[in-house]
Design a protein. Structure first.
Length: 565
């Protein structure tokens, strides 16, 4: 087990490869760029669009005198916000295209442009789903297309495809064929080839934002690309708009284009990672990179097989400070999926069917995973990094369900280890906590070597050995656990409040780990604030707390359940 760290070597190699091919690495796009990925898209499509947040220190929102729960945007000091007329808007922070309604009669989740309050200038009006003031929302909750552009990424095909592009200055892109429109401002151009460019501090091959519309034959890009003025070499091939497709030789390029603050939306479907995909892009604590799977609209909470599926035989890594939602991955690589440090993973399923020791997901330092399922046929379902958190996860049918980092702390709670050779491998971890979990049908439920940890409110049942340390364990804390195994402990000392009894799980072989009525684990866990003067009924079960209905206290009265931690 090794300490997870960001693999800078790969990023350096990647940059060197790109420099050798293209001259040097292009400057970054704007942090507010939003990406769309679909199986029906194309690797040569633009794939990105820049939105402008109207919930920020630059603007304020004022209740309209006309219409119910309608608000209009002003400059922070009041007056004209000097916005270009909006052609698209989103009113819930999800970057989906919301309906352009009618001023004075907007429905929830709609927007419109105009002057419905005798302001003397036009601006955008919105009505949020809950009728709230947009100023009460987080930054980015209400957005419009930057510079009055329209988001063409939420369609399969590109909006414009040309092969005769050329530059008359570093930022001026022209085409004699033409076809540019003002609505393309904010959209990303993907330049895929061109043999007669002079590379300066940037590379012409890549993604660029259309910053200004000049004419049908000319636009200004967001940053310098080339410095050649020639009518003989009009051969730049590029596309504007349209969803991008991940899964082939452009994966490296896409990983360079995505930067801190970007959002990547991936539509349901199957994607093949046909080469090593390791995003060199890293977010920050205040500007993470968001990767979100969805079904039909960017705001879907996608579950089950509707979640996008990535199939990989190669390294698949997402950079530091990433937020990953609603995905499935299958892999045969040693680390099936590897989110970077300080990342957060939610509502995903990871599976590794490799024939040697493999991990379904490998967490980096300070990363967290919640509400996820993981299976590794010949390895570890969830490998933890130092100071990582595992919350409400399901690891099963693996050699090892969860592995903690040697010498470093980690935390696991409200999770299940089911039918593994070892349910939880604590190793020589330091100051870790295993709280409120259920370990079922494993050869060894929990194992360790020399580490010091706390094990509280856990069910360890139907295992050959419930918990085993290689030698006499150090001063671990075991208490309020339920044991029901062939051999409960080896080199482990049970706590004074531990229970040795059948926990009466409802149907664990079918995935139902609910406690039946009469279970000895109901209301018998370590209670919140016990002996510390906390009043009220905060009864805590032992094990994963799937259903508290059976735990209502005798004699009636309100019961507040606080989970298992």
């Amino acid at each position: 087990m090794r300490l997870k760290t960001y693999d800078f070597r790969f990023a350096i190699v990647l940059i060197c490869i790109l420099c050798a091919i293209c001259g040097s690495v292009q400057a970054a796009l704007n942090a507010n760029t939003v990406w769309e990925v679909r199986t029906t898209g194309a690797q040569t499509n633009g794939g990105g669009f820049r939105w402008l947040s109207l919930v920020s220190a630059t603007y304020k929102w004022t209740a309209s005198g006309s219409g119910t729960n309608e608000y209009y945007c002003q400059a922070a000091a009041g007056g004209n916000p000097s916005l270009t007329e909006a052609k698209c808007g989103t009113t819930d922070g999800t970057f989906k295209l919301d309906t352009n309604g009618t001023l004075g009669s907007l429905n929830a989740g709609e927007w419109d442009w105009g002057d419905n309050d005798a302001l003397g200038y036009s601006t955008i009006y919105v009505r949020l789903d809950a009728g709230a003031d947009p100023d009460t929302k987080n930054s980015g909750f209400v957005q419009i297309g930057n510079g009055g552009g329209y988001d063409y990424t939420q369609q399969n095909g590109n909006q414009l495809s040309l092969t005769d592009g050329y530059f008359t200055s570093g930022t001026t892109l022209k085409s004699d064929t033409g076809g540019f429109t003002a609505l393309m401002v904010g959209n990303i151009i993907r330049i895929t080839s061109g043999t007669h460019f002079i590379f300066t501090a940037n590379t012409a091959l890549g993604w660029y934002e259309i910053a200004t519309y000049v004419s049908s034959n000319e636009v200004t890009l967001d940053r310098a690309s080339a410095t050649e003025d020639t009518s003989a070499h009009k051969d730049a091939v590029f596309k504007v708009g349209g969803a991008h497709l991940i899964g082939g030789t452009l994966d490296y390029d896409f990983s360079v284009a995505v930067i801190a603050g970007n959002s990547v939306h991936v539509a349901t479907g199957s994607y093949t990672v046909s080469e090593t995909l390791s995003s060199s892009a890293a977010g920050t604590a205040t500007a993470p990179i968001r990767w979100t799977g969805y079904t039909s609209s960017r705001d879907d909470l996608t579950v089950g097989t509707d979640r996008p599926l990535f199939t990989a035989t190669n390294y698949f890594r997402i950079g530091n400070y990433s937020i990953i939602r609603n995905f499935r991955t299958t892999s045969t690589y040693s680390e099936g999926f590897y989110p970077g440090a300080y990342s957060n993973v939610f509502n995903c399923k990871f599976q590794n069917t490799g024939v040697a020791t493999k991990n379904a997901i490998s967490l980096s330092n300070y990363a967290s995973i919640a509400n996820c399922e993981a299976i590794s046929t010949n390895g570890t379902a969830i490998e933890c990094g130092s100071n990582s958190f595992v919350i409400s996860c399901y690891a099963h049918d693996s050699v090892t369900g969860y592995v903690f980092p040697n010498g470093y702390p980690a935390f696991i709670t409200n999770s299940i280890a089911d039918t593994c050779t070892t349910g939880i491998s604590s190793g020589s971890t330091a100051a870790s906590s295993v709280v409120g979990n259920t370990v079922y049908n494993c050869t060894t439920g929990i194992s360790g070597t020399t580490g010091i940890a706390s094990f509280v409110n856990n069910i360890i049942t139907v295992c050959t050995t419930g918990a085993s340390w290689t030698t006499a364990e150090p001063v671990n804390f075991w208490d309020y656990n339920c044991w029901n195994n062939t051999t409960d402990v080896s080199n482990v000392t049970k706590g004074p409040h531990d229970i040795t009894a059948d926990p009466l799980l409802t149907a664990p072989a079918n995935g139902d780990f609910t406690l039946q009525a009469g279970s000895p684990c109901l209301d018998t866990g370590l209670q919140i604030g016990a002996n510390e003067g906390v009043t009220g009924d905060y009864k805590v079960n032992i094990g994963v707390d799937q259903d508290d209905n059976a735990a209502a206290p005798a004699g009636g009265g309100a019961t507040v359940y606080m989970g298992n931690f």
